[in-house]
Design a protein around this ligand. Sequence first.
Ligand code: AMP
Length: 175
Amino acid sequence: MPAPAIRIEDHIRDIPDFPKPGILFKDITPLLGNPTAFAAAITQLAEAFQNRGINLIAAAEARGFIFGAPLAMQMNLGFVPIRKPGKLPYATIAVEYALEYGQDRLEAHTDAFGPGNRVLLVDDVLATGGTMRACQELVESTGAEVVASAFVIELGFLGGRARLAPSEVFSLVTY
Ligand code: AMP
């Protein structure tokens, strides 16, 4: 008998009121703890972006790294870390973006992207899209092309997809 199909959503746990009241946090740690489900998520992302001429996977710390690095290995592509300020050792470019309260900043190495590169951005959760929008701007500021943004989970009711338009958005599970 064939093994039952993996349902990614069966491995995501809802945590109400984390990190603050009113937020329903999508906890991916059950997915990460199950090697079959984790591998299925990576394989589904890889299959969605085969034959698209992508040459780099990029992701922002920290949870983006968890999916971006194994996806890059499975697709036999390079991986670029996008980091919080002051973490990268070589010369950097940066993008500032608005948070609910205040500003934040993401950085990448100056030689990480550039014209001719076709980049797939990856993160665990698409919420408002603010973080991914900043990553898009960072990549595009170098002359590289963002082919799409891929997520394990999309919180559709927050409208993040519209914020990333017209760039392509792909997600494995939508709530
Ligand atoms: P965004 O509002 O799209 O910029 O979300 C920023 C980051 O916060 C995402 O990359 C997620 O890792 C995380 N995040 C936001 N909302 C949630 C949520 N409800 N559950 C889990 N992670 C979240």
